[in-house]
Design a protein around this ligand. Structure first.
Ligand code: ADP
Ligand code: MG
Length: 511
């Protein structure tokens, strides 16, 4: 019997960041031509391993074998040549440059060719054609800043792939994509594999998606390999969740967070914010003859294609004028000229665009936590009581952070999301508007976020929550407002009457 030849074998990989030991002897083998799902909880070390395989991080110990050769310092060379292509969780294109420039720059810099617009167009079209010839011609001249997230991802993949690409590492590529965009990405991946025979390592938290695209999975837990190359046909969702070390019991995680006395303490509003904490009466939202009454402390779900929910969210928060929406509180019209006016009136907002409109990437964690309070209190420095509150909040929310003064990039994506919600917890807003707060977040953190939302609602904050995962809306919302594909509100569904099938019918979209 001959041993299977692997394209990549990582053995006993160890990696710590200061006192945080992330990988503790982790093993992973990838076979040529396969789609390999790499699964694990938030902060388990998936992105760290991907950065080690792609030479962005040094490992403390362990070996990497690629294509039959031990690779040490030469990982970087494989990545530069595009034999190993990586698209990180945080996309890395320059928005003010064109697609062609973004793709061509690194190659022109490496080679001897001189930069010219024509040369960069040729390089970009050739690289993008591997992915989608039509898209190659349409997009090369456009600015990256004007592309959708899905299009940017395709550009990143094209940029990373060299002509002899053998391994593509995709770190949560679908986390911010719609269902339709995800399918398009999968079509691209399948075609790439058929054309080039490359192998793909793929990180995702969505079970259904993993089953659609992946052949085998490896699960990381406690820094080690909990499941090693198991065929997806041979493992159930429940087993996967259990192997990730995540409780299958919803209420367990919820209880631990919701009943946490520290959370209660950390969330005590300081005197300056009591004006914001004074919760007013019911909100009434109406458009096109569909009206919804929202009592304080209710959880309202928004379901449907982005156009509808986002028009309401914009109107509620002051991002854009109310347009056809009529929003009143106790009979008085509510409208804000800009989001900070909304914030000062007790309206919190967590954008679905976590990295561009949520996390302040260049400021420490503590600044991220007090960011909303600063707007409300018109204050520019972090006060000592805020530091104290912030660290109590981190403990209560089980946010594992090295220090309050670290940058948010040291936290996993799900943890960053908790940070964005925690930002509002300190202020007890009367209304908190959430855009897909659990997108791209692992199951345990999702449950913590649910618990947090429930807790805030119990304290009197009204929640308006847009989610594309209907099951979340069905389980957590008192009322769901459904929108059709043109963005018109169609139906108001009460908790007792709402189920996923009905939501799919009311919105014209499957979750
Ligand atoms: N550059 C870094 N500096 C310090 N700690 C880091 C850094 N990158 C990741 N970490 C820590 O390593 C752990 C694993 O993170 P990560 O690999 O991003 O997890 P995953 O991708 O599985 O969610 C987390 O606790 C995170 O805080
Ligand atoms: Mg990650």
């Amino acid at each position: 019997m001959t041993e299977q030849r692997y394209l990549l074998t990582a053995r006993s990989i160890v990696k710590s960041f200061g006192p945080t030991s992330v990988l503790r002897g982790f093993d992973l083998s990838i076979a040529p031509g396969e789609v390999h799902a790499f699964l694990g909880g938030n902060g388990a070390g998936k992105s760290t391993l991907i950065k080690i395989i792609s030479g962005q991080f040094d490992r403390d110990s362990g070996t990497l074998e690629f294509d039959g050769q031990e690779i040490g310092a030469s990982v970087g060379a494989h990545v530069a040549a595009g034999t190993i292509a990586v698209v990180n969780q945080e996309l890395a294109l320059l928005p003010h440059l064109s697609v062609a420039e973004n793709i061509a720059m690194p190659r022109l810099r490496r080679g001897t060719a001189r930069y010219s617009e024509r040369a960069s167009m040729e390089i970009a079209i050739e690289a993008l054609s591997l992915i989608d010839p039509q898209f190659a011609h349409e997009s090369s001249g456009r600015l990256v800043g004007g592309l959708t997230l899905h299009e940017r991802q395709l550009v990143e993949i094209a940029r990373a792939l060299g002509s002899g690409a053998k391994l593509l590492l995709l770190d949560e590529p679908t986390a911010n994509l719609t269902a339709a965009e995800t399918l398009r990405l999968f079509t691209v991946i399948r075609r790439l594999i058929a054309d080039t025979g490359l192998a793909v390592l793929f990180v995702s938290h969505r079970m259904r998606e993993i089953r659609q695209i992946a052949d085998v999975c490896t699960i990381i837990r406690d820094g080690k390999t909990a499941v090693d190359r198991v065929a997806l046909d041979a493992i159930t969702d429940r087993e996967i969740i259990e192997c990730m070390g995540q409780s299958v019991v919803v209420d367990e995680a919820a209880a631990s967070v919701a009943e946490s006395a520290e959370l209660e303490h950390a969330a005590q509003p300081s005197t300056q914010t009591s004006a914001v904490a004074a919760h007013g009466g019911a909100l009434r939202i109406e458009r096109d003859g569909v009206a919804i009454e929202v009592p304080a402390g209710a959880i309202i779900g928004l379901a449907g294609a982005p156009v509808g929910p986002s028009s309401l969210i914009d109107a509620l928060t002051g991002i854009a004028p109310a347009g056809s929406w009529a929003i009143t509180r106790d009979g008085t019209r509510v409208s804000y000229p800009h989001p900070s006016a909304g914030a000062r009136d007790g309206v919190g907002f967590v954008s679905g665009d976590r990295s561009n409109k949520g996390v302040l990437a260049t400021l420490p964690i503590v600044d991220n936590l007090v960011a909303a309070a600063r707007v409300v209190k018109r204050r520019s420095v972090v006060k000592r009581d805020e530091v104290k509150q912030s660290s109590a909040l981190l403990d209560a929310l089980k946010i594992r952070a090295g220090s309050l003064w670290d940058l948010p990039a040291t936290l996993s994506g799900g943890t960053q999301q908790k940070l964005l919600i925690a930002r509002w917890l300190l202020l007890r807003p009367r209304l908190l508007v959430l855009e897909e707060p659990t997108r791209g977040v692992d199951i345990r953190t999702k449950r913590e976020i649910y618990a947090l939302i429930r807790k805030m609602a119990q304290q009197g904050t009204t929640i308006v929550w847009w989610s594309t995962e209907y099951i979340e809306l069905v389980e957590l919302c008192d009322t769901v407002l459904a929108f059709d594909l043109d963005g018109k509100p169609t139906e108001v569904l009460r908790h007792a009457d709402v189920n996923e099938t009905q939501l799919a019918a009311a919105t014209g979209m499957a979750a």
